[in-house]
Design a protein around this ligand. Structure first.
Ligand code: GSH
Length: 230
């Protein structure tokens, strides 16, 4: 079977290797894109923060990181590579916007998230079910937050007319920014202090209101309860 681009279409027997749903922001991203394209898939969770976590991940993912997507074409072991792969495999799912200018913008902001925002990652790690005060805000962290707010406002204003997400309907760009939206809620970030005119706060609400986010959150909650019992 071939895709429209002439590439090989997989048999769709996907397994997504993920970390704990409460903590693994990189796992959440391709999981959301898989849900959005309606691809049937199995999940396999490797518990993070355990003595054997690294060894267990290496058994499944050559980079020693999650997420990884097992397909009949091989293991795709990076979040951005997975969502690109899904966009190729499911061209009708709209994982990238159809219009070239929107698609280029979506790829830019997705790549920017994938390769940057180190302070945001380190100082405000994803912890879905918890609520924490803001950490001490370094200049780098403040710049990271300001940049995310700017990206969300610009993208919503330019491309977001068809719905509440960055390009209206769900795209891979929302997958890349969804964990940030949860972090802003976990740490109660006062977005107005970072240049928000209400657009970024609305976007945080829109992401957190997605049914797929609710499903992931329920999974995180269940896993955390199970952790307490062990
Ligand atoms: N660039 C990778 C980053 C993946 C990553 O850092 N994953 C974390 C979990 S969210 C991980 O595997 N940590 C375990 C470790 O490094 O041992 C991607 O986009 O998939």
């Amino acid at each position: 079977m071939t895709t429209m681009e002439g590439g090989t279409m997989t048999g769709r027997g996907y397994t997504l290797i993920i970390g704990d749903k409460n903590y693994s922001s990189w796992s959440l991203r391709p999981w959301l894109s898989l849900k959005a394209c309606g691809a049937p898939f199995e999940e396999e969770c490797v518990r993070l923060r355990r003595p054997d976590s690294k060894a267990e991940i290496f058994k499944r993912s050559p980079s020693g990181k999650v997420p990884a997507l097992k397909t009949d074409l091989g293991v795709i072991y990076d979040s951005l590579a997975i969502v690109e792969f899904l966009a190729e495999q499911y061209p009708d799912a709209g994982l990238w916007p159809k219009d070239a200018a929107s698609r280029a913008a979506a790829r830019c902001i997705s790549a920017e998230m994938h390769s940057g925002f180190q302070a945001l990652r380190n100082d405000m790690p994803m912890d879905l079910i918890s609520r924490f005060p803001m950490p001490e805000v370094s200049e780098t962290l403040a710049n990271n937050i300001r940049r995310v707010v700017t990206i969300w406002i610009d993208t919503r204003n330019r491309f977001g007319h068809g719905g509440p997400l960055l390009f209206g309907k769900f795209t891979n760009a929302d997958a890349m920014y969804a964990p940030v939206a949860t972090r802003f809620r976990t740490y109660g970030v006062p977005l107005a202090d970072y240049g928000d005119d209400g657009t970024a706060a609305d976007y945080v609400d829109a992401i957190n209101a997605m049914p797929d986010m609710a499903e992931w959150l329920a999974g995180a909650d269940a896993e955390m309860r199970e952790r307490e019992l062990v």
